[in-house]
Design a protein around this ligand. Structure first.
Ligand code: SF4
Length: 369
């Protein structure tokens, strides 16, 4: 960091420190450039802080940032730089998230802020996830404005998506709180790389979570994502135990995580730890970011993974990124009746009746109203 920027930040921090309303907790600790006081950190001596939001647990020196690039130490206090700073916004079908058992056919007002706490070599949204806030074009959107925009767009949910909402924890919390009692749902699309306490505190504000389950191997997480598998497993258990609706996506990448034994072990773990009714989407990889030397996933790999999932007892296993494939449809696990027919993100028909199969009456897990 150059000396001029350090000096500017020191002045801004000093200005914030003397604000009597902020000191009294009446105003947020904003410092003039949009930074907001962060949660989940502790002092680590010599004006350093240790972040406890995600399993990286970065220790950050004064005027430096954690690995995600969006949380900064200013004078021994920690701040988020992405509160109300939206770098991507769109009204998407909920099927695009993908969430197939959550208000099918509805729209989700989708927003993102810069940054991520993983460094996946195959990231599809690296232009925002792997950049710092000042490196992307953002629009200021307060939580109340997000809710208003979602309402005007006719969205039935607000989705935190595209990049990694975990690193924007305070903004996600505040948008969710602003949307409570409006009838607009809150859904989070995440890598699940978060500590237990912040996840537990978000869950009562959320209606659904989709987790990208990258692989069932520590070496994959370490070598391709600069992360660890175990904390993601813990997050999946925490979400499931909370009762918040959960769906899982597994992006199958040729030669890297498509080993049949590994897929079988992953599916067995899902059934044992989360139960058979959590939908699993096996989606097709396309070369992207730093992983351009591999071909797209063959469709028969997705079909084989889906077959393995069914053999292990997963009731709803889908194939993704293959528009028109019959594995996009929701089938009654009891009688085989086609309940929801899809083409890509579009619903061709929905025969669900009050969350049950109209043919045999079997309840189907999900949020259908
Ligand atoms: S949220 Fe960011 S700063 Fe905090 S531990 Fe994770 S990567 Fe580090």
């Amino acid at each position: 960091m150059d000396a001029d920027r350090r000096r500017l930040l020191q002045l801004l921090t000093a200005t914030c420190a003397v604000c009597p309303l902020a000191a009294a907790g009446i105003l947020r600790a904003e410092d003039g450039d949009g930074a907001v006081a962060a949660e989940f950190w502790s002092e680590a001596g010599e004006q350093k802080v240790t972040c406890a939001l995600c399993p990286r647990k970065c220790t950050v020196a004064d005027l430096e940032r954690g690995t995600c690039g969006v949380r900064e130490n200013r004078g021994g206090k920690y701040y988020t730089l992405v509160h109300s700073s939206v770098c991507a916004m769109n009204n998407d079908p909920i099927e695009k998230k993908p969430l197939f058992h959550f208000r099918p056919g509805s729209m989700a007002f989708s927003i993102a802020t810069a940054g991520c706490n993983m460094e996946c070599r195959f990231c599809q949204n690296w232009e925002i996830s792997q950049f710092r806030p000042e490196q992307v074009t953002s629009r200021r959107l307060t939580p109340a404005e997000v809710v208003a925009e979602a309402g005007q767009a006719g969205s039935r949910a607000i989705a935190f998506t595209y990049s990694e909402p975990v690193v924007a924890w305070e903004y996600v919390r505040d948008v969710c709180a602003a949307a409570q009692d409006t009838g607009i749902g809150r859904v989070m699309i995440s890598n699940g790389y978060i500590e237990k306490e912040p996840m537990r505190r978000l869950l009562p504000l959320l209606d659904a979570v989709k987790i990208d389950f990258k692989a069932f191997s520590e070496s994959f997480y370490r070598e391709l994502c600069s992360a660890r598998l175990r904390p993601v497993l813990d997050t999946l258990r925490t979400i499931r135990a909370s009762g918040v609706w959960l769906e899982i996506v597994v992006l199958l990448i040729p030669t890297l995580n498509d080993d049949r034994r590994e897929i079988r072990a992953m599916c067995r773990w899902i059934v044992q730890e989360l139960g058979p009714s959590v939908p699993v989407h096996f989606t097709r990889f396309h070369p992207s970011y730093k992983l351009v030397n591999l071909p797209p996933t063959p469709v028969n790999t997705l079909e084989a993974a889906r077959q393995i999932a069914k053999e292990q007892g997963i009731r709803h296993a889908y194939a993704g990124n293959v528009p028109g494939h019959p594995a996009e449809d929701t089938i009654c696990h009891a009688c085989g009746h086609t309940l929801i027919k899809r083409y890509g993100f579009q619903i061709r028909f929905n025969r669900m009746r009050d969350g049950t199969c109209p043919s045999c009456g079997e309840p189907v897990a999900g949020v259908w109203n």
